[in-house]
Design a protein around this ligand. Structure first.
Ligand SMILES: Nc1ncnc2c1ncn2[C@@H]1O[C@H](COP(=O)(O)OP(=O)(O)O)[C@@H](O)[C@H]1O
Ligand SMILES: [Mg+2]
Length: 361
């Protein structure tokens, strides 16, 4: 009887112990494998008791550089609800903080915390989501919204500016034919070419503010390229560069010929700009499963990493006489054709790849 009772008691103890262990295990897992940054800080002196893997990877610290040191020593918290007050308060749900990584980079976090008691000591258990990138994206989106608005406004103005430009150009051409103005021919030519340049900037700009719903008909991209080829070759030739075509048989896509020409022209122009004399820019088409692929390849120096995410933003250019509208126009054309564009670049050259999906028809 006594023995049985002892056995029962022992079983119960073991059960309790294993329950405790599994709850500890669970806490350990939730703590360490949490994708959010989780830290435990002593309320008494702000010393770090533990931090998880995400915390370390985002802040760039090693575990031994953190445990035992205080949040003040590390200068982790730059601001907490405007000031640093309240960090050790009872509970905080979703406060925005600015924190500092080991490299003194400032990042934004969304933090919830609560006080827990372990071995009769109080700790702040803080869970922080790094929302820096999200914030950046929101800013970028609102910037794009603004650009869109500017684009629409400028679109309206663009039309109005074009008419007087046409008039001025007409009179300049008339003056060019007058013998008594022969001495001024050079200037008149320059004025005409500057007007043409202004006009083409406006054209690019207008196509940026174009809305969807344009007329699209079945097009064969190869025939568009072949039709443009003499023009492209002349372009290349003027700069002592070359263009070659590698065209596979491809299916038709639903498209707008004028826009597709603009897309090819802009990408080839960029490829030529990036090429050295006598280098080739290749225009390639092929099928990838049922998608039509257009690829413009150059052997230039490539696009530096720092500017890769800026290209295609209207007016972003690294060229002295660039407008920074070429790629922005391309991205618009690609989007209106429900296609996808991607860029592969290295020091050996750049390749823009446009994939037209089969169901674009
Ligand atoms: N094929 C390329 N090789 C290297 N850099 C490129 C290439 N295409 C685009 N870029 C970069 O992207 C920028 C923006 O291009 P784009 O929008 O066509 O404007 P622009 O040609 O007027 O500068 C260029 O100034 C250049 O820095
Ligand atoms: Mg360009």
């Amino acid at each position: 009887m006594k023995r049985k009772f002892r056995r029962l008691k022992q079983n119960r103890l073991m059960q309790l112990e294993s329950a405790l262990r599994s709850s500890e295990e669970r806490f350990y897992k939730v703590f360490h494998e949490n994708p959010a940054m989780v830290s435990m800080i002593s309320v008494l002196d702000g010393v770090y008791f533990d931090v998880n893997r995400s915390w370390l990877s985002i802040t760039g610290y090693k575990r031994e550089e953190v445990i035992g040191r205080s949040i003040f020593e590390l200068d982790f918290l730059i601001s907490f609800n405007q000031s640093r007050d309240g960090f050790f308060d009872e509970t905080n749900k979703g406060s925005e903080i600015i924190f500092q990584t080991k490299d003194k980079e400032r990042r934004i976090g969304l933090q919830s915390s609560s006080i827990i008691n372990i071995d009769r000591k109080d700790y702040v258990l803080a869970i922080t989501y790094d929302i820096t990138d999200k914030k950046k994206m929101e800013k970028e989106l609102s910037r794009l919204d603004r650009l869109n608005l500017i684009g629409q406004l400028a679109g309206g103005i663009g039309h109005e500016i074009r008419n007087p430009l046409t008039t001025v150009k007409g009179f300049l051409q008339l003056m060019h034919r007058k013998d008594e103005l022969y001495d001024f021919h050079e200037y008149i030519d320059l004025m005409i070419s500057e007007l043409d340049r202004a006009n083409s900037i406006i054209t690019d700009f207008l196509s940026l503010s174009k809305t969807k719903n344009m007329f699209q008909s079945p097009e064969n991209i190869n025939s568009i390229i072949q039709k443009m080829f003499p023009l492209l070759r002349a372009h290349a030739f003027a700069a002592d560069k070359q263009i070659d075509l590698v065209l596979d048989t491809v299916s038709e896509i639903l498209g707008d010929e004028k826009e597709l020409r603009q897309l090819i022209l802009n990408l080839v122009q960029n490829g030529l700009d990036a090429s050295l004399p006598r280098q080739f820019v290749t225009i390639k088409t092929y099928m990838d499963e049922s998608n039509v692929v257009l690829q413009i390849i150059d052997r230039g120096k490539g696009i530096p990493k720092e500017i890769l995410d800026k290209i295609g933003t209207p007016f972003f250019t690294t060229k002295d006489h660039g407008t920074g509208l070429g790629l922005a126009v391309c991205y618009g054309v690609v989007e209106r054709h429900r296609a996808k564009i991607r860029v592969e670049t290295s020091e050996k050259g750049t390749s823009f790849i446009i994939v037209f999906p089969q169901n674009n028809m």
